[in-house]
Each structure stands twice: as C-alpha cells, then as structure tokens.
Design a protein around this ligand. Structure first.
Ligand SMILES: [Zn+2]
Ligand SMILES: [Zn+2]
Length: 261
C-alpha cells in the first residue's frame, strides 16, 4: 500500500513522528475530541433550539450539559490520557513493534475482521462490565468514576478511572490481536470503537443514529438507561448478551420520549 514510501526519504522530523510510540494514543485522543465536537455544538444549540432539545433522550430531566461541564471533563480526560493511556500504549507499541504488510486487506476481509472485532470486544466488555457492577470493591475502585454521570454526554465516554481506561484499551487491543487482524482493519476498528462509544454517551436519540438502522445495536438510549439504572444493559453496543442474560430493558421510566422520535 505504502510500498514506495520509504521512511529514509521522509524528513527526519516527520519520520520521528511516524515512528513515535506515542502516535497511536495521541491519535486516539484527538479522534475522540473530533468525534465529540459535533455534540458540543448540539449541546450549545440545545439552549436556543427546540428541535435539538427534542432529540435529547433525557429531555424531561434538564438542559444539556453546560460548557463548564465539558471543560472540566476535558481536563480530566486529558490528564488520564497523559498519565496512563499514553505511557501504556507506548509500552505496548514498543513491545510489539508493528509492521505494515505489503498488501492492504480486501474490502471483504476488512469488513469481516472489523465486525468480528466488535463482536469479540462486545463480549469481553459485557463480561468485564457485568463483573465491575457485581463485585463491590471492583465497582468502587474501577467503575464508579464513570457513573458520576447519570445523564452522560459525548466527552464522558472516556471520563473514567485510569484503571478502567487501561482495561478497555487492553480489551480492544486483545480483541484485534486474538483475531489476527490486518493493521488497517485494526485501525478502522479502533476508530469506529471511539465513534460508537461517543454516540453511546451523546445523550441524543438522533433520527439518523446507527441503532435505528441496525436493531441489533442499542445505541445511546440503551447505554443511557444503563447510566440511569446501573442494573441493565451491560453490553456496550449489541443487545444480544443482555437479551440472553435477562438484563435488557428498553428504556427507563419517566422518559417516554425515547420512542417518540
Ligand atoms: Zn458509559
Ligand atoms: Zn456501568
């Protein structure tokens, strides 16, 4: 794919950036911010636009989060990335010293690998998330911080303890590694994973959201119900594990507008 691009031909400063073990985690952080940006705009518009407010899942329970809440959350997430995710991802990159295969994966292989990654990650996350809620000390030590948000917003997708962020990183990397994914499939999986995590927490049941097209996915109403109830909807994206274990509920009481849009 990048056959003619030799690192010797790239300016030393560029090569240094490309080879940096910090590149992956820095890209992940910037991607997260970029994916959150449209929701920051929606939250800001929510104060003046009735249509935007009508898309909010918790429309009856208060205004969109304030810019101050976004600001506070930003610094918390930045701090966790700088002190935990960035160093851990760098060590991991150095250990596995990735190389890019000569051939890109076919579209079919790319799609199958990305879907398989999501199904495996969803399974691991469901088990881990369920355990964190069932074991009191694990909940307090690892997961409680993420549940400070009863009504989450986009940036809060990564607002969790360092231990939880690292565990999720491990689950995502482990899923791709166990399936022996092509690096491009893995990169696409990490990107889509960030996007879906942001959408899960955005607080909006948007008319064009993915879960409306794919009923096997829960989307923001599904995960927001988890933040509210804490006893249901443990899977991050798909609903089959919660259906199977009897922990699935559609929405919480008092927010009937979920089904109106
Ligand atoms: Zn959450
Ligand atoms: Zn939880």
């Amino acid at each position: 794919v990048f056959g003619d691009v030799r690192l010797d031909n790239i300016r030393p400063s560029c090569a240094q950036v490309l080879l940096s073990p910090y590149l992956a985690a820095s890209c992940a952080f910037l991607t997260h911010l970029a994916l959150c940006a449209p929701f920051l705009v929606l939250d800001a518009l929510g104060g003046v636009c009735q249509r935007v407010r009508s898309w909010r899942i918790a429309a009856g329970s208060g205004p969109p989060p304030s810019l101050w809440k976004w600001y506070e959350c930003f610094w918390r997430v930045l701090f966790k990335y700088a002190t935990a995710v960035l160093p851990a991802a760098a060590v991991f990159q150095l250990l596995r010293s990735p190389s890019l295969p000569e051939l890109a994966p076919s579209c079919w292989r790319l799609s199958v690998e990305v879907v398989a990654c999501f199904l495996l990650f969803d399974t691991f996350f469901f088990i881990w998330h369920y355990c964190m809620h069932r074991v009191p000390w694990l909940y307090r030590a690892v997961h409680q911080m993420h549940h400070q948000h009863h009504v989450p917003f986009a940036l809060a997708a990564q607002d969790a303890s360092s231990a939880e962020l690292l565990s999720l990183l491990l689950l995502a990397l482990g899923s791709a590694w166990m399936l022996g994914c092509h690096p491009l499939s893995e990169a696409l999986f990490h990107f889509l994973n960030s996007w879906l995590a942001v959408e899960d927490h955005c607080g909006y049941n948007l008319p064009w959201a993915l879960h409306r097209l794919l009923p096997c996915m829960g989307g923001a109403p599904f995960h927001q119900t988890h933040h509210k109830k804490q006893r249901n909807n443990f899977a991050p994206y798909f609903t089959h594990w919660d259906h199977l274990f009897g922990t699935y509920i559609l929405h919480f009481m008092g927010h009937a507008n979920l089904d109106l849009h």
